[in-house]
Design a protein around this ligand. Structure first.
Ligand SMILES: Nc1nc2c(c(=O)[nH]1)N[C@H]1C(S)=C(S)[C@@H](COP(=O)(O)O)O[C@H]1N2
Ligand SMILES: [Mo]
Length: 237
């Protein structure tokens, strides 16, 4: 995909998506829609705040102690994640199944940003990974693409962002955390990091991307499994 095509794709997203978040229905619909629209207008393509190295948290908090329960994850862990694959499917010219080595071969980006949980904790870390934009560019995202759905190996856990957020330079597939392999409690071997939104959008153990033109035809039609628990689809901070 040429730069021009990429720009055209993101431009068509901005205009085609309108200003309504896909979960803008129900009693909080107006608030949701305004929040999404206001953020998109004010922040546009602005960057999440990046911090100096001295601000990195000495003890970043993880909301779990180890990996996922069950044999599948244990086997991956025992093999040093050599068999981990990121499947990339949907509206792309070249569907792919990428190993961690494949991902590490794509130029990476590092940034020191804060992860903020809605439950009250936050920490600052250096996150290194492949910009999702680079993956979509290499695999040639189709012009009708509007959303990237990302799935965790954790059963039933998936989320999505619009193409603006997916193509944003700070949106990363993170494999390295504070200079070492991403620790399992923080989502190793691979995490979808969205630093401009709350922590719950940064899914751990990510093994599949689905590029789509509509969230309505995916899973529950609401863009995220956490919608079922009352979390807003758009969680801009
Ligand atoms: N697969 C998966 N990803 C997840 C979660 C989860 O339960 N499962 N929790 C989310 C929430 S609510 C937060 S705040 C962050 C916490 O990240 P941390 O453990 O690195 O602090 O992970 C997010 N990613
Ligand atoms: Mo969270």
């Amino acid at each position: 995909m040429t730069r021009r095509q990429l720009l055209l794709a993101s431009a068509s997203t901005a205009s085609g998506a309108g200003i309504l978040a896909p979960d803008a229905t129900g009693p909080f619909a107006l608030g949701e829609a305004l929040n999404y629209a206001t953020h998109r207008l004010i922040t546009g393509s602005s960057l999440a705040r990046e911090f100096p190295r001295s601000a990195i948290s000495a003890k970043p908090f993880a909301n779990r102690k180890g990996g996922l329960e069950g044999d599948a994850f244990a086997q991956h862990q025992a093999a040093g994640f050599a068999n981990w694959r990121l499947k990339v499917e949907g509206l792309i010219e070249k569907p792919a199944s990428l190993s961690l080595a494949d991902l590490r071969a794509i130029p990476s980006r590092s940034q020191i940003t804060q992860l903020t949980c809605e439950e009250g904790w936050s920490y600052i870390a250096e996150w290194t990974g492949v910009p999702v934009a680079h993956v979509l560019e290499q695999l040639r995202v189709k012009p009708e693409a509007r959303y990237v759905v990302y799935y965790s190996l954790e059963k039933g856990v998936w989320d999505s962002v619009d193409l603006d957020e997916a193509l944003h330079p700070q949106t990363l597939l993170v494999h390295t955390f504070n200079g070492a392999d991403l620790p399992v409690p923080h989502g190793g071997p691979l995490r979808f990091r969205v630093p401009r939104q709350l922590g719950y959008k940064s899914l751990k153990f990510v093994d599949r991307l689905l590029i789509t033109d509509s969230l309505e035809k995916v899973e529950n039609g609401r863009g995220s499994n956490s919608f079922d628990f009352g979390y807003a689809w758009f969680a801009g901070i």
